[in-house]
Write a protein that binds this ligand. Structure first.
Ligand code: UDP
Length: 337
């Protein structure tokens, strides 16, 4: 089931220039595969892949996943879609189209090439869960009308397409339900909580805690997530599999950890909770443990320290100075203090 490194066709990674995609491309190349990364560079960055461009087995193609066709590939990883709420809510119609049409195109390629496809699904398909922690059998509590629906429902429809291509066309599919992932190459301005808190702490700006900070998430370090994706592809397991770290923390606790790790004196400032923000999220990973022999290895403090080092380097290079810098604010979801 593992893509054969002797196959002259590359592994196709849609969204290959993104946070997860670039780490995946790097790992695949290291394991001896040829890799074709396709990305429209809306949230992906060439900089994430610059060090791979010299590799003879690597190609980056700037193209939208929704128009992708005629690609030769020995396996498909379908990762194309902005994943940060402020990013995917900026063009919600585009987000739904990327999830649905992009997955359709990727499935057409997998079908035509008779190769497996791994769909990067998400814990968002559980919505604001009323079952905790979330097992793969839980069907979710998702709004069809709220600001997160474009991503949540788009990703749900993408899963449906995967299983219909499996039933109707015999495509071999894998569905990874990826929970919050963090690590180096997160964009400093992508608006997600880990990057927001770290950049704010490093700059001495206020830490923007939405709501009372008691909502929880479970953060998985990117290397662990990538390892899970590769194990899932190799396993042949066709049912959805949660990939995430079961260590659950509140956003208040996360903020306190970041302040401690950065030795920052930033203040915590409460902002209104965005609409439909899930109150709790934690994966049940029994399936991944038993079927993939996978569990996260990197503890939160170690992963955060490595992320701090990355964001310190990135923002250190570009940090604006003077009063204008102090007035600068990271993207939020239209909330006001
Ligand atoms: N959050 C926060 N401050 C921020 C950004 C996010 O308190 O500056 C909260 C957000 O309300 C949510 C959690 O952190 O409860 C995770 O948000 P993120 O956007 O990273 O991802 P999500 O899991 O909501 O998709």
């Amino acid at each position: 089931m593992t893509p054969d490194t002797r196959d002259p066709r590359p592994v196709l990674v849609t969204g290959g220039a993104g946070f997860l995609g670039s780490h995946l491309c790097e790992r695949l190349l290291r394991e001896g595969h040829r890799v074709l990364a396709v990305d429209n560079l809306s949230s992906g960055r060439v900089d994430n892949l610059r060090h791979l461009l010299v590799h003879s087995g690597f190609e980056l193609r700037q193209q939208d996943a929704t128009v992708l066709q005629g690609v030769h590939a020995c396996a498909v990883f379908n990762l194309a879609c902005p994943a940060s709420p402020p990013f995917y809510q900026r063009d919600p119609i585009g987000t739904t189209l990327t999830c649905v049409l992009g997955t359709l195109r990727a499935l057409d390629i997998a079908h035509g090439q008779r190769v497996p496809l791994l769909q990067a699904s998400t814990s968002e398909i559980y919505g604001d869960p009323d079952v905790h922690p979330q097992p793969e059998t839980y069907r979710g509590n998702v709004s069809t009308t709220g600001p997160r629906a474009c991503y949540d429902e788009g990703k749900r429809c993408a899963e449906t397409l995967c299983y219909d291509y499996a039933r109707q066309h015999g495509v071999s599919i894998r569905v990874a339900r990826i929970f919050n992932t963090y690590g180096p190459r997160m964009l400093p301005d992508d608006g997600r909580v880990v990057s927001n808190f770290i950049v704010q702490a490093l700059r001495g700006e206020d830490i923007t805690l939405y709501g009372d900070g008691q909502q929880s998430r479970s953060f998985c370090f990117v290397e662990d997530t990538i390892d899970g994706l590769l194990r899932l592809m190799a396993s042949g397991v066709e049912q959805p599999v949660n990939l995430g770290n079961p260590h659950e923390v509140t956003m208040l606790e996360l903020a306190e950890r970041v302040l401690r790790l950065t030795a920052s004196r930033s203040r915590l400032v409460h902002h209104p909770l965005p609409a439909d923000d899930p109150r709790r999220r934690c994966p049940d990973i029994r399936l991944a443990r038993t079927q993939l022999d996978w569990a996260p290895r990197v503890p939160l403090d170690e992963g955060l320290a490595r992320t701090v080092a990355h964001l310190r380097a990135v923002t250190g290079a570009s940090a604006p100075r003077g009063p204008a810098a102090r007035a600068r604010r990271l993207p939020s979801r239209g909330v006001t203090p």
